[in-house]
Design a protein around this ligand. Sequence first.
Ligand code: ATP
Ligand code: MG
Length: 453
Amino acid sequence: MDEKIVNEDDLGDLRRSHYSFQLSRSNIDETVVIIGWISSKRDHGNVLFVQLRDQFGEIQVVVKKKEVSSDLFNTLRNLKEHSSLAITGVVVEQKSSTDQVEIKPNEIKILSISNKPAPFLTQSVTSVGIDTRLDLRAIDLRRNYLQFVFRIRNTIINSIREYLTENYFVEVNTPKMIATATEGGAALFPIFYYDREAFLAQSPQLYKEQLTMAFESVFEIAPIFRAEPSRTNRHLSEAISIDAEKAYVDYRDMMDHLEKLIQHVISQISKKNADDLENLGIDLPQVSKSFVRITYTDLVRKLQENHKYIRWGDDISPKMLKDIFGDEFFFIVDWPSSTKPFYVKTITEDKLSAEKEISEKKILSESFDLMYGGLELSSGSTRINNKQILIENMKKKGLNDKAFEYHLRVFDYAVPPHAGFGLGLERLIMAILKLENIRDATFYPRDIDRLTP
Ligand code: ATP
Ligand code: MG
């Protein structure tokens, strides 16, 4: 074949008249403009079948050799997957299927040419390793599988906004460049802030708590940054957190909200993404009943039946939980205070004395983790709203209260009792879509090994 440089056409004033989903038998004989990229091509010698993909789906274009110039026919024949075309043509009935239509082109513009064959196919589940895919993520994201996943992600994030907004939560944004660690700990990314050191926020915690003073019920959907030195399938260095915080409620009310939020999300997916779910071969998790709420203490007792070495106060390994709970949503409540951050309220003495076995050393907190099988999706709690108690707790956790002066200052003006949670968006997507790797729940994953693309 003689190599010939093909000029790409200008888009100019040409615009699409219909998306693929807008074309049906009612458009037969109409002249339309469709625009998109080639997701696949079949060459039958004198006829080319081109699948043109747009934002919503595909439409078949049938190019007959005798109906276009031989130059154009040859160019099209040699075009690789992913090249972009604009086609003006007539809608005709598809021969092989009576309910579908295809396009018979009058004019074809080649808008953009792919120079290399892609390392993975658009249609199939690929066996190519995740690193190869991530290196060419924008192309990877064109694959059917990820298209279904990210369409569902879109429903998830919209329905979360919908639920929280309908329940009077106000959407806020808090700074991502901060002066001190929110929760202490080493999981922070330092940055240069003019002539000072600053950090990327690991959570909007203290800001969202403050904002309950002004707006009562707030939420934020934004990145959190965690310098996670470990390589796991459920940790990202940059993740999206859905943070909610509300005045005049406690952790039980926030568990009720979280439960209803998840139920709303699942019901919206089942309404809006039936096709995507079918294509993925996935059944949505059951959320008709209310979620089990098991106390940390009861859970430890239960785990001790099979795992003798577990002690009260230990963190709980997700793997063991999967054995007991399988794939379902449940809450672990009333965690030891020692396992939770400084701003989490402890359970008061009289509530404590009800649980006879728990000695004074075993201080519990008004806290919960929402789990799905062995995966942590969310942590929440009632927060401390008393300045003195907060300072004491900071000291207990080895934090310097002077570094939090900017935060503690507002506690002189009566911070209301409040509670809230942080829910990991990618973790939620993983749970609902049974993804093995959290990296496929995000567009451009960041982890210890990856800072590009
Ligand atoms: P884990 O123990 O699983 O590392 P965590 O308890 O440190 O999580 P929290 O500080 O409780 O996390 O954050 C609230 C939620 O944010 C978590 O339940 C999780 O869904 C999400 N999240 C936290 N860290 C990450 C991360 N590195 N990558 C993805 N999501 C995260
Ligand atoms: Mg947590």
